[in-house]
Design a protein around this ligand. Structure first.
Ligand code: ISE
Length: 360
């Protein structure tokens, strides 16, 4: 058989995120092609295939596997359909990039963690793309360096322009704050140990069934407090910011950058309206690194265990939404296979920050 030069990817789910990945792989990712687009909706699959020369549209992943045209799988269906796709993809021993959430609840996430361990290899990377955003990476480096002293607290804002029909109260946690549930431990270098959710004054512009915004308070193992404003009917645009409070100063990421326009006695800078543009470079880097790692039989980002932990936090946060009180979070014991992350160090452990340098 001639040496294969490109990773042949089946993209499962041709909705907004799946179609975005199909275009990304075709236009910008090297070393990979889309070989199949899998969606139960024929029209949606056919439309996505238009963007991927040579790809076929199929209704089930198994159909693509039977044809022997798949080296790796991207799962971009709604979360409740992830497990039935993860199972055959794991059985086939294929590298998988699974959009968040890994699965909708901790029990099913643990089942997937167990199945992955049976394969004896790290096959699943979860699509928490914020870890590939340039400013998030800079902030993490700053925390690790200790240059501004120890991290004390963080203020996060997660604002969407508006929420759609099927988006309900629990999705504030499971679809949106799930990103903070992943990225906060990654930034701070230790797990989240408690969660509290408060509902304040409701935005009258939000759909009538939604209590929006809500405030989430997280605490990490050493006591770093992190507040998250989740606000999915912010009207003005899409914005994800973090202000980190250190012993010696403050760092901020996520503010709009780019051309500033002074006109009619105003200064303006364009803001994003959606996550696909706000995190476009992060998605590109995530997929490019996943493709490179898949070729080495590895992953290069959040693992299935990270997906499980986020699922635990989502479940706790949904419970905390109804109680309004602080809830301590318990995780299963981490299997040894996940004790070392892709970078070779334990998933949460940051190196000891360098001593506070006294520059005065
Ligand atoms: C959406 O599903 C995402 O994953 C976005 O990153 C997030 O900001 C948004 O709130 C979610 O609905």
């Amino acid at each position: 058989m001639p040496a294969r030069s490109e990773l042949r990817i089946a993209v499962v789910g041709a909705g907004r995120m799946g179609a975005d990945h199909v275009a990304r792989i075709t236009d910008r990712i090297s070393g990979a092609v889309v070989s199949a687009v899998v969606d139960v909706d024929d029209a949606r699959a056919a439309a996505a295939v238009e963007r991927a020369p040579g790809a076929v549209a199929l209704p089930r992943l198994e159909d693509a596997l039977d044809r022997g045209i798949v080296d790796a799988v991207i799962i971009a269906t709604p979360g409740r359909f992830h497990e039935p796709v993860l199972v055959p993809a794991l059985a086939a021993g294929l590298p998988i990039l699974c959009e968040k959430p890994l699965t909708p609840d901790p029990e099913s996430s643990l089942r997937i963690v167990e199945l992955e361990q049976e394969t004896g290899r790290p096959l699943i990377q979860v699509g928490f793309m914020r870890r590939f955003d340039a400013e998030y990476m800079q902030l993490r480096d700053l925390i690790i360096s200790g240059d501004a002293g120890h991290l004390l607290a963080m203020h996060c804002a997660h604002r969407n322009q508006s929420s759609g029909e099927g988006y309900d109260d629990s999705m504030l946690m499971t679809d949106s704050v799930v990103h903070e549930f992943d990225v906060v431990p990654w930034l701070v270098g230790e797990p989240i140990v408690s969660v509290e959710v408060r509902k304040g004054r409701r935005n009258s512009l939000a759909p009538e069934w939604l209590h929006d915004p809500q405030m989430v308070l997280l605490e990490t193992k050493s006591g770093v407090l992190v507040d998250v404003e989740i606000n999915v009917n912010a009207q003005f645009g899409y914005q994800v910011t973090t202000e980190a409070v250190f012993e010696r100063g403050i760092a901020e990421i996520g503010r709009p950058t780019g051309l500033a326009l002074w006109r009619d006695a105003r200064r303006s800078v364009a803001e994003h309206t959606t996550f696909t543009t706000r995190f476009a470079s992060a998605y590109d880097l995530q997929i490019q690194r996943w493709v490179a790692a898949a070729e080495r039989g590895a992953i290069d980002g959040p693992s299935a265990w990270d997906g499980y932990r986020a699922a635990v936090l989502c479940a706790a946060a949904v419970e905390a939404q109804s109680t309004g009180s602080r809830l301590e979070v318990q995780y299963a014991e981490m299997p040894a296979a996940y004790a070392r992350s892709a970078s070779g160090s334990p998933p949460d452990a940051h190196p000891e920050p360098t001593q506070l340098s006294n520059k005065e």
